[in-house]
Design a protein. Structure first.
Length: 362
């Protein structure tokens, strides 16, 4: 079957009631002479042949996503898939060739240069793989730097910077220079600096990929903690599906400049839209993405339970406990109401499914 025929509407996901903070609609970024003319002549829908005939490169093609307020939205794909180009289009660090980018419902592409400067200064925070700290400034001075660009007075800058130092766990290192910090500590400074302006939306482009595995996991944990406190709207770029599983509310997978599926990690792993997505997620342990809701069955009359879990808890987080208890666990919603039960056998079946599939393929 043609893989393109399997592609699902990238915004056709379950609504959760939160307003859309950031959206892009049919965004293209095409490189090459005559790119704008080609898009205009095709009304924003050029064929692959038209691009090839014009010697044009479609780095981002037909990108349509909606990021909800307070959501951690992850864009992922292999190197060259267009994910970093897309996030630069969303922030207008580069200009899209075609389409619409909306921030709070307003077309960001119609903002004047002066308006765009103000939006970046006050509404956007950005963290990239390269820490880009100023080597001649201390931690506190690096964090306060964007506030000086905003024109804040020194007392206000330093007070806000000290708040950020405490928030990211760097207290006691305020007067260190970047060269005196570890890689993880330097990235914390970068995170604190981007948060100092209290952005509405936070762009993170592979911020942890240059770090050692242990430090990387530590920074992922730190991001989860910060998001729990700050409730920011986050667009996070990564090529690591394990990282996406751990951090994402929803994931968009890109290939050759196109977004080919959007959904929760659970939806993407269990219901891949294309053969490419299926292969991309093939090695992911389902217990890491499958929630208790997916495995639960109706409550049994008179059952004796060995524990309880929340409806959204991932199976991997309670697998050892339920198998050890040898009794079902009751599944409760956020208000504590029992919704169903999960049995040890259901968990064991899920945990062994991957090995069974491997034996079948062999």
């Amino acid at each position: 079957m043609n893989e393109q025929a399997l592609i699902r509407d990238p915004v056709a996901t379950k609504a959760d009631g939160r307003p859309v903070k950031l959206a892009c609609r049919n965004v293209w970024k095409v490189f090459g002479e005559g790119a704008a003319r080609c898009l205009a002549e095709s009304n924003g829908d050029p064929t692959p042949e038209a691009l090839a005939d014009g010697h044009l490169i479609g780095a981002v093609r037909r990108a349509t996503i909606e990021v909800r307020e307070g959501e951690n939205f992850i864009v992922m794909g292999l190197s060259g898939s267009g994910k970093s180009t897309l996030v630069r289009c969303l922030s207008r660090l580069i200009e899209p060739t075609w389409g619409r980018v909306e921030l709070d419902g307003k077309d960001l592409l119609k903002a004047t240069p002066a308006e765009l400067i103000e939006i970046r200064r006050h509404k956007m925070g950005m963290v990239f793989q390269q820490f880009a700290l100023l080597p001649h400034l201390t931690v506190i001075e690096n964090i306060a730097f964007p506030l000086s660009v905003q024109g804040k007075d020194r007392k206000t800058r330093e007070a806000r910077a000290r708040e950020m130092v405490d928030l990211v766990g760097l207290k006691g290192r305020e007067h260190f220079y970047p060269r005196e910090l570890s890689g993880g500590q330097q990235q914390r400074v970068g995170i604190a600096r981007s948060l100092a302006v209290e952005p509405d939306i936070w762009f993170l482009d592979e911020p942890f990929s240059a770090l050692d595995p242990l430090i990387r996991r530590e920074m992922q944990t730190e991001l989860i903690r910060l998001q729990g406190v700050l409730k920011k709207t986050i667009v996070f770029i990564t090529h690591d599906f394990d990282e996406a599983i751990r951090l994402a509310d929803r994931v968009a997978i890109m290939k050759d400049g196109e977004i080919i599926q959007v959904g929760t990690p659970e939806e993407i792993v269990l219901h891949p839209a294309t053969a490419y997505v299926a292969e991309f997620t093939r090695s992911v342990q389902r217990s890491k993405v499958m929630s208790a809701a997916r495995l639960m069955r109706p409550l049994s009359a008179g059952a004796e339970y060995g524990g309880e879990v929340k409806v959204g808890d991932k199976v991997a987080s309670f697998a050892a406990r339920i198998v050890g208890a040898k009794k079902p666990f009751v599944v409760r919603d956020g208000g504590g109401v029992p919704l169903g039960e999960v049995t040890p056998d259901a968990v064991i079946d899920l945990l062994t499914e991957r090995d069974q599939l491997r034996e079948t393929r062999a």
